[in-house]
Ligand binder design. Structure first.
Ligand SMILES: Nc1nc2c(c(=O)[nH]1)N(C=O)[C@@H](CNc1ccc(C(=O)N[C@@H](CCC(=O)O)C(=O)O)cc1)CN2
Ligand SMILES: Nc1ncnc2c1ncn2[C@@H]1O[C@H](COP(=O)(O)OP(=O)(O)OP(=O)(O)O)[C@@H](O)[C@H]1O
Length: 216
């Protein structure tokens, strides 16, 4: 299935408006709740190198996850815009110097240590929209798709409000599928239809990661 460019743009704009409409208290609560849910990953304690992002535009704020990670000695990385509309994952220590990129999102400055996606244990992506088959809608630049095309980290997880879920997103050939989505409500294990997992006939998708022992 494919969506026309204008249909995709409309969907993106509607979902962005939806996440921007959430209030500050709701955003804070969502951030804390997501930090609880992410610890349900069965190998959470062993995940050491984790990329996340600095929230903008109503995105689910990973700052409670960042705090949790720092408190348990995990190493954090932020996306940094790279050539050819790709991203690098740059080390983010407490107190690292950050500079605004062209979208006015702060990122680690030049000279910060870079780690390839395959060397990361978990990449948390900001989502505009998501479905339970692991399809995602991003900001439309293809940045994460390019950055993750060279090799997958152990886990690719979307972070998004439950209000950003859509029944079914089209899978484009270049799209990188999500293993998981973490929302304020749950940790959802995605059914990766193109990777041999079957979509459920009812169209209902993911299960709680704790209910699913396959591949974990
Ligand atoms: N928090 C966060 N950091 C991120 C991303 C993201 O989606 N969220 N990215 C994920 O790729 C990368 C940056 N990509 C982005 C792509 C488009 C826009 C954006 O706001 N576009 C505006 C136009 C802004 C302009 O041109 O000045 C828009 O579409 O309205 C922002 C970031 C890296 N860092
Ligand atoms: N691996 C890739 N190599 C070259 N071009 C790519 C690649 N991945 C995506 N693109 C291009 O990027 C453009 C944007 O893709 P798409 O609309 O799927 O963005 P998105 O997934 O919403 O954004 P993002 O990945 O930044 O969150 C498309 O025109 C697509 O052709």
């Amino acid at each position: 299935m494919t969506l026309s460019t204008s249909t995709k743009a409309r969907l993106r704009s509607e979902l962005r408006a939806r996440r921007r409409s959430l209030g500050a208290a709701q955003q804070r609560a969502a951030s804390e709740a997501a930090a609880l849910h992410i610890q349900q990953l069965p190998d959470w304690a062993g995940l050491q190198h984790i990329a996340l992002y600095l929230a903008a535009d109503g995105e689910l704020d990973p700052s409670a996850i960042a705090r949790l990670c720092r408190n348990s000695g995990k190493q954090l990385y932020l996306p940094r815009l790279a050539d050819h509309k790709s991203l690098q994952f740059a080390r983010w220590d407490a107190g690292s110097a950050l500079v605004n990129n062209r979208y006015r999102i702060p990122e680690p400055d030049e000279g910060s240590e870079i780690r390839a996606a395959v060397e990361l244990d978990l990449v948390l992506l900001p989502l505009v929209g998501w479905d339970r088959d692991g399809n995602r809608l991003g900001m439309g630049g293809g940045y994460y798709d390019r950055a993750l095309a060279a090799g997958r980290p152990r886990w690719i997880a979307g972070l998004a409000h439950s209000a950003q879920e859509v029944a079914r997103l089209p899978a484009e050939p270049w799209d990188i599928k999500l293993d998981l989505v973490v929302t304020e409500q749950a940790l959802v294990r995605c059914k990766r239809t193109s990777d041999s997992c079957q979509a459920s006939p009812t169209g209902e998708g993911g299960t709680s990661v704790l209910d699913d022992d396959a591949g974990l």
